[in-house]
Write a protein that binds this ligand. Structure first.
Ligand code: SF4
Length: 264
């Protein structure tokens, strides 16, 4: 019989931080762990936030990395991630998680994974449950403590800032919808990249240069699409500079497409 280990999946999200806190209140520090899969593209202030949270709760913080960046994954797999498919997520986050699950089982623990999904994202719960049920050798249990709570994202952030006295990651204050991969998420749409260009043009340039390297290798591949057609970051930047950029006909195509990364 394996001993249960409760694991909060964490990449600097306020909701996941609060879930870790609730998990410890219910199951005790010695049975809980905070788990972070590093893509090496994270914003420096995310690390500060994560370690502040771990210190405040007093929870063990397991920080793992594959040693490849998303760009290395795109180069190796000869596929540039985009809003529809991003192998960086499966290679750098899911694979590391599955390896850790199996490592824990070898040590006699049975992990349960906790995610910071709120009531407004309830429709994602089924996808994630199904997803993690099929990745490890044996299915793994997933839990979503915020789904049935009345806590709103805004309330959680207030608790963290005002009661715990921990500053949220800098990217929250700059208006990014999530703080993963330092604003470089290839699953971001036109709105995300417009915001990135206006907020951190140098990071946009990094992405544009990466896209150019991948295009030299693979041909007409792009991170962005507009109305189903490829749109390079160079084209989009030039439109933004000229103040003439067009949006997708279908605004829903501009939403950042959720992947397992943003629920950590
Ligand atoms: S946040 Fe985006 S770029 Fe980073 S690993 Fe996940 S899908 Fe890839």
């Amino acid at each position: 019989m394996r001993k249960t280990k409760h694991i909060a999946m964490f990449s600097g999200g306020a909701a996941s931080a609060y879930v870790a806190y609730l998990m410890v209140q219910t199951h005790g520090l010695e049975n809980c762990l905070l788990f972070f899969t590093d893509t090496l593209w994270e914003h420096p202030d995310n690390y500060r936030f994560m370690y502040d949270i771990a210190d405040y709760i007093g929870i063990e913080f397991k920080h793992v990395m594959d040693t490849r960046t998303p760009e290395t994954v795109f180069t190796e797999t000869r596929f540039l991630g985009n809003s529809r498919l991003a192998k960086c997520s499966s290679e750098l986050k899911v694979r590391q998680t599955v390896l850790f699950i199996e490592e824990l089982r070898d040590e006699g623990y049975e992990p349960i994974l906790y995610f910071g999904i709120g009531p407004h994202e309830k429709h994602r719960q089924e996808n994630l449950t199904e997803f993690y049920a099929h990745q490890p050798l044996e299915p793994v249990e997933t839990r979503f403590p915020l789904i049935d709570s009345n806590l709103k994202d805004k309330n959680l952030k207030e608790v963290i800032e005002n009661e715990w006295k921990i500053r949220l990651p800098k990217m929250y204050y700059l208006g990014f919808s999530h703080a993963n991969c330092g604003g470089r998420c290839v699953r971001g749409g036109l709105n995300h990249y417009e915001h990135l260009y206006k907020t951190w043009p140098e990071v946009y340039t990094q992405q544009e240069e990466m896209e150019n390297r991948l295009r030299e290798m693979l041909g007409d591949v792009t991170i962005l699409k507009r109305d189903g057609s490829p749109l390079t970051l160079k084209q989009y930047r030039e439109e933004l500079e000229a103040g003439i950029c067009k949006k997708n006909m279908n605004p829903e195509d501009d939403d950042t497409v959720p992947c397992v990364c943003i629920f950590n």
